[in-house]
Design a protein around this ligand. Structure first.
Ligand code: ZN
Length: 118
């Protein structure tokens, strides 16, 4: 399952970030996913629940933000929104192979608490 390995990597990034910033408990992880990534949100959440168990990300909320796919037109220097069927520049009507966003998967932000004093 593709989602599992993605979440595994997200958690690795979150743990490293937590260690570097003296965070003892991660509260929130925001990830950006391009709309062309064929990922199931349910599977991502399921993988997150399972893989974050017994880690400092256990209590964290996973926020999944979908990002529009865009392409760049070389002829007129224009960046436009595309979908899987429509990759034609709206200005000059040229087909663009230059997809700038849509396939990316990245960790946008990680929030957490440093050591609690009780
Ligand atoms: Zn164009």
């Amino acid at each position: 399952m593709h989602e599992l390995s993605i979440i595994y990597n997200v958690l690795e990034i979150a743990k490293e970030h937590a260690i570097n910033n003296a965070i003892s408990r991660v509260n929130k992880i925001v990830i950006n996913i391009g709309e062309f990534c064929a990922l199931q949100e349910d599977s991502l959440n399921f993988a997150f629940k399972n893989l974050s168990k017994d880690s400092l990300c256990e209590e964290a909320v996973l926020v999944i933000e979908k990002k529009d796919a865009q392409a760049y037109c070389k002829s007129c220097n224009y960046i436009f929104k595309i979908d899987l069927k429509h990759k034609v520049c709206p200005i000059c009507k040229q087909f663009s192979h230059d997809i700038t966003t849509g396939y990316e998967i990245l960790v946008a932000s990680i929030e957490g608490d440093s050591d609690e004093t009780i």
